[in-house]
Design a protein around this ligand. Structure first.
Ligand SMILES: NC(=O)C1=CN([C@@H]2O[C@H](COP(=O)(O)OP(=O)(O)OC[C@H]3O[C@@H](n4cnc5c(N)ncnc54)[C@H](OP(=O)(O)O)[C@@H]3O)[C@@H](O)[C@H]2O)C=CC1
Ligand SMILES: O=C(O)CCC(=O)C(=O)O
Length: 477
């Protein structure tokens, strides 16, 4: 099998590799991918540092052309890349193709942003003096990404980094090197100068840690667990560098008595269970008022019964496997915890056997849960959701906000009054009305509050806050 190597200073290098195994079928080897070590990471950082002066001064047409070309190729290959993504991560093929399309849109958006770089000219408080405010790239950026969006998350970090003139060392999650390699290969062939984008695939504890320990990174942008996010933060304070963290969620989905039942059930099923519940924007707390509670639980249970859980590549699958055995064990542990805490397992929660050996789990729906339970407070990151019964809107809002996280929050209601109040008073970075809590646009800010996020927002033109630094220049002509 061809060895997919790391890209350092414009050269593909690496001798030893590990096998990338599909969670839908553990006999399916997606590819062999090189494993970098700490020295490789240091070489990659040195290469990015050497490439920074030229790239930071490169013309906007050059940056535009590379990003645009990458977008075009990703879009043209969306079926093939979608299949790769579905094989290595376990997301069903239509979702995977959708994610690839989103990556292409992100590169297209930032190709445009390269042409829209702007500053401000202001009069000084002192007559005769001019003040210019401009944005400059920050330097070498370390990008550390998780496994659950293996092409979209790298895209929404790499595209703005390059657009604003930074150079990059990219460490993808060890479980999903395939999409990472493909995206770097595309950008490399699109004409990036040597060293501007470097790929170091390997373990977080080795390669990721080497990035954290480096004094030469000007910034680290990270998506993943709260525990690793904390390490990124502490090491960044030590090295006086910028950092941006997107971490967990325990997102609420409120369903009010006046909701359209069909809309509420579709939103809850999507939020809680699609993509196998492996989204930081997933909703695992369904907060439902008394008047609609029983109808909602019955309709959601029927919906869950109708879903097919099977190989991500199989036509007709609605939900693929859990990403690996470790995550499956975590999901099953939480299902046991929920039962012991006194919640009622109303549906699912069983491990499933399919034609191909994989990590299949029947979506699990708890009822009679309280917000104090661990299943209501800790991120499970699997197809497990709980219904919490509440008296009225006021209690629903209070329960929705009673969490240390604050990424996204949803409400199903036909009341303009409650929708408006919820948008204003939800303690989340993103609020959805009559829509799933997950599945966001590519051109608007993404991020949360409280323990979910730290630092400036990602995506859209707000990305400039992290990937640039402002300079204020005074001139006496
Ligand atoms: N907010 C989100 O979108 C995500 C949240 N999670 C949450 O985190 C839980 C665990 O998932 P997991 O994949 O282990 O999350 P991690 O935080 O461990 O992984 C995220 C990234 O950080 C890397 N990493 C791990 N350790 C270090 C380190 N010491 N220094 C630098 N980088 C490091 C990982 O590398 P590698 O994996 O290659 O070892 C990966 O690239 C999930 O169950 C879920 O609750 C997970 C993924 C995404
Ligand atoms: O819901 C989405 O579209 C994005 C979710 C996400 O970024 C994540 O789970 O890490």
């Amino acid at each position: 099998m061809t060895l997919h190597q790391n890209l350092i200073a414009g050269e593909w290098i690496g001798k030893e590799g590990t096998k990338n195994v599909s969670p839908s079928d553990t006999n399916d080897i997606v590819g062999t991918y090189a494993q970098a070590n700490a020295d490789d990471a240091k070489m990659a950082i040195a290469a990015a540092k050497a490439a920074f002066p030229a790239w930071s001064r490169s013309g906007i047409l050059e940056r535009h052309a590379v990003l645009r070309k990458a977008s075009d190729e990703i879009l043209a290959r969306k079926e093939e890349l979608g299949k790769l993504l579905a094989r290595e991560e376990g997301k069903i093929l239509p979702e995977a193709i959708g994610e690839v399309t989103r990556a292409a849109q992100i590169f297209d958006f930032f190709a445009g942003e390269a042409l829209r770089l702007a500053g401000e000219v202001l009069p000084s408080a002192r007559p005769g003096i001019g003040v210019e405010i401009t944005r400059e790239p920050i330097g070498v950026i370390g990008i550390i990404t998780p496994w659950n969006f293996p092409i979209a998350i790298p895209a929404w970090k790499i595209a703005p980094a390059l657009c604003y003139g930074n150079t990059v060392v990219f460490k993808p999650a060890d479980l999903v090197p395939g999409c990472a390699w493909a995206i770097v290969d595309i950008l490399h062939r699109a004409g990036l100068p040597k060293g501007v984008l470097n790929l170091v695939m390997g373990r977080g504890s080795v390669v990721g840690q080497a990035l954290l320990d480096s004094p030469d990174l000007a910034g680290i942008t990270f998506t993943g667990s709260t525990a690793t996010g904390k390490r990124v933060a502490l090491s960044s304070l030590e090295h006086n560098r910028k950092f941006q963290l997107e971490m967990g969620g325990k997102n609420p989905m409120v369903v009010l008595d006046d909701a359209d039942l069909g809309v509420a059930v579709e939103a809850a099923a999507n939020s809680g269970f699609f993509s196998t519940g492996q989204r930081c924007t997933a909703s695992s707390r369904l907060i439902v008022t008394e008047g609609i509670h029983d109808k909602f639980v019955a309709a959601l249970t029927e919906k869950l019964k109708s879903l097919t859980i099977d190989n991500a590549l199989k036509a007709g699958s609605h939900i693929g496997p859990v990403v690996d055995d470790k995550q499956l064990a975590q999901d099953l542990d939480y299902i046991e915890i929920g039962k012991k805490e006194g919640a009622k397992l109303a549906f699912g929660g069983e491990r499933l056997e399919r034609d191909t050996p994989g990590f299949y789990l029947q979506p699990a729906l708890f009822t009679e849960a309280t917000n104090k339970m661990r299943i209501s407070q800790e991120e499970i990151f699997g197809p497990v959701a709980s219904v919490i019964r509440v008296k009225d809107y006021d209690e629903a809002l209070s329960v929705a906000n009673d969490t240390r996280f604050g990424l996204s929050a949803g409400i199903a209601t036909t009341s303009l009054k409650y929708a408006t109040h919820f948008k204003r008073n939800s303690e989340a970075g993103m609020v959805m009305v009559n829509l799933p809590t997950a599945g966001v646009d590519f051109h608007v800010p993404f991020g949360g509050r409280k323990a979910s996020s730290f630092g400036p927002r990602e995506q859209g033109r707000y990305a400039a806050e992290f990937f640039t630094v402002v300079k204020t220049a005074y001139t006496l002509p």
